[in-house]
Design a protein around this ligand. Structure first.
Ligand code: PHE
Length: 364
């Protein structure tokens, strides 16, 4: 032991030599252990525990350093003390890390195979009616039409009276619908033409709208008719709108929807709210006009009704029929979807059979 009471020079020399020796020995040992611990690895929790005992237990390597620390002179206590503490912290951290890693492995190893592929995400599908509705609306939007919508539960005025159906006129039978018994003025709209009336009442020309929506009819349900289906109504009112504008617009529409070779023809028809009125056929999408069982060997398929808005209709909604003219057209979306997809029974669209709907999986 070195002690201040030692007097002789040589005694003093040996003493300070010993002090320096202790410091160097300890620093060297600390360095060795640091390197050793950096490299330790364990394959099991048991192995990690053995390492803890080797370095950190009461008789472990680091505890030995603490014992040795008593022999460090006061001058070096700070330096050596810090170094031993740092080493201890490092060893504790490293061994804990090894243990944690092994515990995680152990729990994830309990029957869970992390390499298995995940559950596939089910891709939703749009309903075929929505796909076709969006496609039709997009075509008209490109021509400057805006989409407008109206209520399904309507009053007599918007569905019939404002559209030039006089009360008790037989034309109402063609579009018979569902009424509320207690108040026959409340009814389910039988066509989207009612949205036209709302638009004309609330907007000033020029008006250029397309109105999609659900409509209801008092019809027996069959492969080609239903009591509920979907329509898109088109309306254009401005100065000098002519039948030629209507025809050109519908030709463009048919070609966008059915391909550049599609042709249309117009047959005279009757609707109370248009004059003149026409039914529009498109050249058969299946046989290209040659004749097949889909077009019943006529080469043509009916796709919509149209005409020039009757002046009475314009006036009923407060539009000056001397200044403005307009055209309107209306089509059933189910019918167009049947032609586009080759579906031969309209009821399939409402039965929600997943096997049917899955065929329309699409990114649309
Ligand atoms: N509303 C008519 C129907 O439901 C279709 C139509 C609309 C005809 C606009 C002409 C003009 O049958």
């Amino acid at each position: 032991m070195c002690n201040a009471l030692l007097k002789t020079k040589s005694e003093h020399f040996f003493c300070s030599f010993a002090i320096h020796q202790t410091r160097i020995v300890m620093l060297t040992r600390i360095k060795e252990l640091q390197q050793e611990i950096e490299e330790i690895a364990a394959k099991s929790l048991e192995e990690a525990e053995e390492l803890r005992i080797k370095y950190l237990s009461k008789k472990g390597e680091i505890s030995k350093l603490f014992e040795e620390f008593r022999n460090v002179s006061a001058d070096h206590k700070k330096e050596i003390g810090q170094a031993v503490n740092t080493l201890k912290e490092f060893a504790v951290g490293k061994i804990n890390m090894l243990k944690e890693g092994l515990t995680e492995q152990k729990s994830s190893g309990s029957g869970v195979d992390l390499t298995l592929p995940g559950e596939p995400m089910k891709l939703g599908t749009r309903h075929p009616i929505s796909i076709v509705r969006n496609e039709i609306l997009d075509i008209f939007k490109r021509l400057g039409f805006v989409v407008s919508e109206g209520p399904e539960i309507e009053d007599d005025w918007h569905v019939f009276s404002a559209l030039n159906f006089p009360e008790d006129h037989p034309a109402r039978d063609m579009q018979d619908t569902f009424f509320i018994q207690r108040n026959p003025d409340v009814l389910l709209r039988t066509h989207t033409s009612s949205v036209q009336v709302h638009d004309m009442e609330t907007q000033k020309p020029p008006i250029r709208t397309v109105s999609p929506g659900r409509v209801f009819r008092n019809e027996a349900i069959s492969y080609r008719a239903h009591c509920m289906f979907h329509q898109i109504e088109g309306l254009y009112i401005d100065e000098n709108v002519s039948f030629a504008d209507l025809k050109q617009t519908l030709l463009y529409y048919a070609r966008e929807l059915f391909g550049g070779n599609a042709e249309i023809r117009m047959r005279p028809s009757y609707f109370p709210f248009t004059e003149p009125s026409a039914e529009v056929d498109v050249s058969c999408t299946i046989c290209g006009g040659k004749g097949c069982n889909v077009c019943k060997y006529t080469g043509w398929l009916e796709i919509l009704g149209c005409g020039m808005v009757d002046p009475n209709v314009l006036e009923a909604s407060g539009i000056d029929s001397k200044k403005y003219t307009g055209y309107a057209f209306g089509m059933g979306i189910e019918r167009i979807a049947m032609l586009k997809f080759g579906v031969n029974d309209l009821r399939l669209y409402f039965e929600n059979d997943i096997r049917f709907l899955q065929q329309f999986e699409s990114a649309n």
